[in-house]
Each structure stands twice: as C-alpha cells, then as structure tokens.
Design a protein around this ligand. Structure first.
Ligand SMILES: N[C@H](CCC[C@H](N)C(=O)O)C(=O)O
Length: 314
C-alpha cells in the first residue's frame, strides 16, 4: 500500500469556542472523513501558537459561489467521527465570516443540507437565520414506541424510521427528562437547576444513542440564569455533540434548541429573544412565532496554515 502526502491550505476559526478547520472545497481531499478524524483529534490533531486548543470540533468544506448576489457558500461539515452533519449553527456563522472576508459582502447565503440560511456579518458578529425549530416526530426524527412483542419487533425491523404519534415533551429517556426538537439537527434538551451539577459525559451517551432517536441526538442541558442586560431571559447551556461524541464549548443549534424548548415549556412568559451561554461565550437567539429562529454571536479566525492530505491507495 502506498501513501501519498500532499499539503492543503487551511484556516482555523471558532464561534464561541466551537472550533473548526476550514478548507476551500476546491482543494482535492479524496478521503474527507479520514482527514477530519486525523486533524480534529484533541491529542494529535492540528495545532498552532495562535490557537488555544489542539484539534477541532469538525472540518468545514466551503465552496464559494461569488456569481450570486448576495454571494453563496455551500457548507459541508465533516465531524471528528467522519459523519456529515445536516446543519451547524456556529459552523454556518464561521462560513459567513470566511466568505465575507473573501468577497467583501456583509450579506451571505449559506447552503446546507438542512436548507439555505441567510447570514449578516457585522465585524466579528454574525447573525444567521436558523429555520423554524420543529417538535414534530417526523422532523426530529423520533422512532415508534418500542414494540411490546418480539414478533412485532421483528416485523418492524431495526432500521425502520417510523414516525411516532406523540411529540417528545419532558419525557424520561435513559434517565434524563428531555424534550426533543430539530433545529437543523436533532437535540434532546434537559432543563435542569444547574448545568454544572450534571456529569454530562456519563449521562449523555445513553440518550445520544437511545432507540427513540433513530438518527441519534445531540444532548443539551439548560438552566435559567436570570436576565441579560436587555432584560431578556438568560440560560446557561452545555451540549454533548453527536459526531464529536463529547462535550463542545459551544453548540449553535443547541442554543436555538434551548430557546425553543424554554418557550414551548412556558419558561419565558412569551419572550421571543434570549441569551444562551455555553461555556465558550454568549449567543443571542430569537424564536419568533411566525418566522425563522435567528442565532447571533462572534465568529473569529485563529490562524492560516497547511495540513497533510493523507491519500491512501488500496
Ligand atoms: N454535532 C451536530 C452538528 C454540529 C452542531 C453544532 N456544532 C452547532 O453549532 O450547531 C450533529 O451532528 O447534529
């Protein structure tokens, strides 16, 4: 087996500590999962004096299409386990900042597998539309209640992603009381008294892989933290991310999930605007009744460099 080494230009960005390697999709990287797994590794992955952490939460392959107005960016997020995510709130904000840098445009359209998202860049701050959060079973998605009899279970088949009659609101899943919502990707949100009092790494995996989530789920904790400077409700957030298979310092779709669940559970007396604070910083969310949610916060460039493209010939 021969191994061919080339080098590819990359940049490193983060959005409130959710950090990403950014690669222009024009670069040839035949094995994207292998590239992501190698360079995102928190022990042996990408590192640079300008970056506080080794590795990354994923690789954003970005394809810029300047012929449109506003310019478009086709975003593909490959996560450390090699999976491709349909959406990434912080990643999409990074994609907008990356494209604004290249085009001079402060307005961008980000094309993701979950849909096209409008973004506005103002300095380091990026605001992005996030679509409408959905609690519908077929959107999350949720699997049918576990069949009672073995025979019917065989009939059902393990791979069936059947829709389930009822939404999953404040139900026990593997020991955690969660509400399931799709904000571009599935989130199981647990509202707790204090997010720091939960051993997330030990309780999250069972929920992340629970049968009720046929495509898995990110596991997000939320606890109320008074009001922000504008008097809007403020929440603390922690997220154990599917595809990272661990806690990240921030999760944009998770922050929108916190706001959507807080409103659904009647925890914010009808307020549509909130601040949600993961360990990595503050994110400002709106969840209007009639229109897309929005996610706003900083997106910062850490460094530019080069990484090996490991192409394995079989
Ligand atoms: N781990 C997520 C995708 C990235 C989400 C997160 N980084 C964000 O900012 O929304 C998933 O597989 O559903």
């Amino acid at each position: 087996m021969s191994v061919q080494h080339d080098r590819v230009p990359v940049e490193k960005y983060h959005g409130t500590g959710n950090d990403f390697i950014v690669v222009d999709a024009v670069e040839s990287i035949p094995d994207r999962p292998a590239f992501a797994t190698a360079h995102c590794d928190r022990e042996t992955g990408v590192e640079h004096d300008a970056s506080p952490r080794t590795g990354a939460d994923g690789v954003l392959f970005l394809h810029l299409e300047e012929r449109y107005s506003p310019p478009r960016v086709v975003m593909t997020l490959v996560q450390p386990d090699g999976s491709v995510a349909a959406m990434c709130g912080n990643g999409a904000r990074v994609a907008a900042a990356w494209a604004a840098e290249r085009t001079g445009s402060d307005e961008l359209m980000i094309d993701t597998p979950a849909g096209t998202r409008h973004a506005v860049v103002e300095g380091d701050e990026v605001t992005i539309e996030m679509g409408e959060p959905s609690f519908r079973p077929r959107d999350v998605p949720l699997a049918r209640e576990a069949e009672r009899s073995e025979a019917s279970e065989e009939r059902a088949g393990a791979e069936r992603h059947a829709s389930r009659e009822a939404e999953l609101i404040e139900e026990d899943v593997e020991g955690l009381t969660v509400t399931a919502v799709n904000t571009g990707v599935p989130h199981a949100v647990a509202v707790v008294d204090d997010v720091d009092a939960v051993d997330l790494e030990s309780v999250a995996p069972a929920v992340r892989y629970a049968d009720v989530f046929p495509e898995g789920a990110n596991v997000t904790l939320a606890s109320r933290d008074g009001e922000d400077r504008e008097g809007n409700p403020q929440f603390r957030q922690r997220t154990y991310e599917r595809g990272v298979e661990g806690e990240t310092r921030s999760c944009g779709t998770g922050a929108v999930a916190v706001a959507a669940v807080a409103k659904r559970l009647g925890l914010v007396d009808g307020s549509d605007s909130m601040t949600v604070s993961p360990p990595g910083g503050d994110l400002r969310i709106t969840v209007p009744d009639d229109g897309p949610a929005t996610l706003a916060g900083p997106a910062e460039r850490e460094f530019a460099g080069e990484l090996d493209v490991v192409v394995r010939s079989t």
